[in-house]
Structure formats: structure tokens, C-alpha cells
Design a protein around this ligand. Structure first.
Ligand code: ZN
Length: 267
């Protein structure tokens, strides 16, 4: 008897709460629900936690667009149309098999409803200001894609290093590449400032040419007739590396300054 009374009491308390939730949901704009799948955190990457945590095959099961890096910071990852590519510090590009390991990556299933064409894009700040206008909020993660003809692309690719080497020091050796008149795709994300311990705040884009021969972490670009697509991410699934170094790391510090230095290139 006591149990059934308690159950009944619980039901009575729960009912109005459910009604309020339903009302709140009705007032939200209708939108497809998209999920970000992320491996590790920006702070861990900054501190040199580069041991492989998740396989490329797992990333590909959770998304068809994304970016990241590989075990021991061995180059830049670009996932385009479900295929995962590795851009190494010698500039070479290869498609990865599903067994390759990543210490840090972000992927999503990319299916935006609309695209916007940017007739002239003189530089990367013009591109990001156009994306600013397409984002309805600063408080969500957004997945981004740009396709088109680039008169100029400037990238870099991280050089393979050792576990524990801080990202700022590892990034001191990061060969840069300049490409001219190349068709290709930019993939990446916009991350809210509040999530800076998880991911690179602001815009982060990786390039892959249509011929799959050139790519890297984007530093600058210029293009014409670029097709821009944006997708708002409704939630973020973070997978934490079950590696020895991640268990022991002190992840309390703010990684923003180191990230800005490491991700911005040698300018
Ligand atoms: Zn990058």
C-alpha cells in the first residue's frame, strides 16, 4: 500500500511538469535536430594529449562532415561526404582507413536545408562575416561547409610530435601551404565562446581540394561563387579519451590563449 501511494504521489507531481515542458516545446521554432560528436577537449589537446582515443570508423558512424587531428598530432583531418582524409606536414593527402586513431575530432551529420552563394570572397574575414549573418545565435555550435573555386588558399598542417609536447610548442613546426586556382571544400565549425575548454572558439575550418591532393587547416582564402551552408547543432556529445595521460592531466586552465596562438599560424 505504501509503495502504491508513493507511486501515485509521484505521478501527481509529475503531471503538471510534463504539461509545462510540452508548452515550452511548442514555442520553440521547428528545426531538425543535429548532434555534434566530439572526441576529447581543447584543453587536453593544448596540454599535449595526443594518444589515439577513437578510431576513424567510429567518427564516420557519427558524422559525414568534420575535422580533427591524428594520433601524435600527425597532420590535419578533414571529413568530407563521409570520407576521412589526412593532410600531413609534407603536404601529402591520403584517405584514411577506419582503423586510424584520433586524439581530437568533431563530426556531425550534415544536412542543411539551404545554401547561400557568395559571388566574391576577397578574404577569410569576409567569409566569416557572411557566416556571422547566417548564424541566428552565438550560443549554439554550428557546422559549416563551403564549396567552390578558390583563387587562393593558405593552409598549414601539424607536424607529427610526441605525447606530452604542449600544442604551442608543437605548432612552432607547422609547414604552411599556398594553393592557387583550386576547386575544393571547406569543412568546420563555429564554437561558442563559453565552450572554449571543449573546442576552438569561433571559426575553425579545414580545406580539401576536389582532386583530394591538397588541404590543411585554413589560415586564409579568396574565392568566387562560393556555396555556403550552415547547420545549427542542437546537442553536443563529448567522448572523453580513456588514455593514461587524460586520466592524469590537470585540465583546469583556460586553453584559449594557447589555442589562438597554435591555431592561427605563424603570422
Ligand atoms: Zn584545425
Amino acid at each position: 500500500m505504501r509503495n502504491s501511494t508513493e507511486t501515485g504521489g509521484f505521478k501527481n507531481r509529475a503531471r503538471p511538469r510534463r504539461r509545462r515542458t510540452a508548452a515550452a516545446q511548442q514555442s520553440l521554432p521547428k528545426s531538425a535536430h543535429h548532434r555534434l560528436y566530439q572526441v576529447s577537449t581543447a584543453t587536453a589537446l593544448v596540454q599535449g594529449i595526443y594518444a589515439g582515443a577513437v578510431r576513424v570508423g567510429t567518427l564516420r558512424r557519427h558524422g559525414d562532415l568534420g575535422l580533427g587531428t591524428f594520433e601524435n598530432l600527425d597532420g590535419e583531418m578533414a571529413i568530407v561526404d563521409g570520407h576521412c582524409f589526412q593532410v600531413r606536414s609534407d603536404g601529402s593527402v591520403r584517405e584514411c582507413d577506419d582503423d586510424a586513431l584520433s586524439p581530437f575530432a568533431v563530426v556531425t551529420r550534415f544536412a542543411p536545408a539551404e545554401a547561400v552563394t557568395l559571388a566574391q570572397c576577397p578574404d577569410m574575414s569576409h567569409l566569416t562575416s557572411r557566416f556571422d549573418a547566417l548564424r541566428p545565435s552565438d550560443n549554439f555550435f554550428f557546422a559549416l561547409r563551403v564549396d567552390g573555386f578558390f583563387e587562393y588558399v593558405h593552409t598549414r598542417a601539424m607536424h607529427r610530435t610526441v605525447e606530452g609536447m604542449p600544442l604551442v610548442q608543437a605548432a612552432a613546426v607547422q609547414p604552411e601551404f599556398e594553393f592557387y586556382n583550386v576547386s575544393g571544400t571547406l569543412v568546420g565549425f563555429w564554437t561558442p565562446e563559453y565552450a572554449k575548454t571543449l573546442n576552438v572558439p569561433g571559426y575553425h575550418l579545414h580545406f580539401l581540394s576536389d582532386d583530394r591532393m591538397r588541404g590543411g587547416h585554413l589560415l586564409e582564402c579568396r574565392g568566387t561563387n562560393l556555396r555556403l551552408q550552415v547547420q545549427r547543432e542542437g546537442d553536443c556529445h563529448v567522448v572523453l579519451p580513456e588514455t593514461e595521460d587524460f586520466f592524469k592531466a590537470d585540465l583546469r586552465r583556460d586553453p584559449a590563449a594557447d589555442l589562438a596562438k597554435a591555431e592561427g599560424g605563424k603570422k
